[in-house]
Write a protein that binds this ligand. Sequence first.
Ligand code: BEZ
Length: 253
Amino acid sequence: MVSGVEPRWNPDEYSRTARFVSDLGADALALLAPAAGERILDLGCGDGVLSAKIDDLGAEVVAVDSSPEQVAAAHALGLDARVADAAKLRFDAEFDAVFSNATLHWVRDADAVIGGIRRALRPGGRFVAEFGGKGNIDVIRSALVAALDRRGVDGRAVDPWHFPDVADYTRRLETAGFSVKSAELFDRPTPLAGDIRDWLALFAQPFLAAVAEADRAAILDEVRDAVRPTLQRADGSWTADYVRLRIKALKDA
Ligand code: BEZ
């Protein structure tokens, strides 16, 4: 799904370190407002926890993700789960809605994703998504880039993330043939379940993969030290500097 190194998602590790991803998807799900009988594509379903909630509401869900391991976990929940690349969707006018939580920032070619979503929707169908927006994890991202730059590796070149603002994403959607109904960018400081090292080991895989294995532990320590004054609380807990872009758009007829 990403350009460059494809992260590996171990469902157990994901569940331990990143359960907040689906826990915090409730507002996006409320914006989707799935209705019984609708056919809904969950794009970037991860381990399927949110897809199962949509399914529980009586919708017919197709859950896709680029990670075979996550798709297997979603399948184990009884879902119609399939491996798919978000930038190469092959569905044709078959969904009432496309939903995506915490996925689209992993795809640099936003226009390819939007084009595939548009093709997948029936005329008038809705697209509801929440993902990292402009400024997302700025503190963490800058520390990662700096740690790689110090080793002579171009940190920006391996940075897999695309965090657009409202104007950028709205323009892309409108150009592709959507009418944007709502779009908001907001800070969502996110408490982490454990140490920031665990978050980095899971989510910053493309940065770590760009250096020799022997350097990775030192990079985790350096980044942890750099972000500690901003992201660690007095009680020792960590809060990541998330910024979300939440958007709802309708496919033009
Ligand atoms: C996010 O959900 O915003 C995110 C997660 C991991 C890496 C980058 C962004």
